[in-house]
Design a protein around this ligand. Sequence first.
Ligand code: SF4
Length: 293
Amino acid sequence: MDLNYDYPLYRPPSEANSMIFQVTLGCSFNKCSFCNMYRTKSYSERPWDEIQMEIDLASKFYPETKRVFLADGDALNLSVDRLIQIIEYIYKKFPSLERVSSYAMPKNLLQKTDTDLKKLKNAGLDMLYVGIESGNDIVLKKVTKGATFKTIVESCNKAINNGFILSCMVILGLGGTTYSKKHILDTAKVLGEISPNYVGALNLQLEDGVYEEFMTKYEEPFTFLNDSQILDELELLVSNIHPKRNIIFRANHASNVYSVKGTLPQDKEKIVSLIKNLRGHPEMLKPKILRRF
Ligand code: SF4
């Protein structure tokens, strides 16, 4: 249902069937050099009466809604009181509702106390999607992520310890050829230390709007990985994640060279053998023209 959205509008692939309410517009950080999702928007928080009106409207047309996603880039930046007001109202208006989720940044999680997060979880915010991108501090700094290995582990573990279902996104190719190995080994390490419920591995694709900025902020020549090197990264990543609990791993985003998925650690060998097979069959990879970030 189109609720007079302020475009562009983004949601994780797994929220394709969710009702989306834009409770904030844009991203409160908006500085990651590889991301042009919200470059056309200034961050703002939507007034309660507008949000309430949209929830009322949607509940009339789709009373059986089971999943809701709170957009835009970091709804968790809202105050705890405002979020609870929104979430409780959504549950009231959609009696069949099973799950409410949103994007979150490490900084949003660190700014909230454990008590805040527990209150949000108890109100019915169930799942958070956090773009961690890399575990390597050099790469994180070069792409101006505004987070480090330490703050990523701290924030994501805080989410898990307070009961949230956590999905983390990482980006293959983000270290270019220079930092490829460090990027992947530290990303595997950070994912092992967090062991989120889900991991999505995307492929770096720079859109025109941020290409220059990315290259300038990188402060040294950046060489993109070719498909074979991306497969190397994927294999190295999967082989080196040592999870504390099961992780559902997916590299099946529109940006990926091939759709890979499984549960770690048990499907590690199956995924690695699929990647080895793909190396010998480049014709099986998705054509570049069909890949989107
Ligand atoms: S990657 Fe996330 S935190 Fe960074 S600018 Fe984009 S939306 Fe904001």
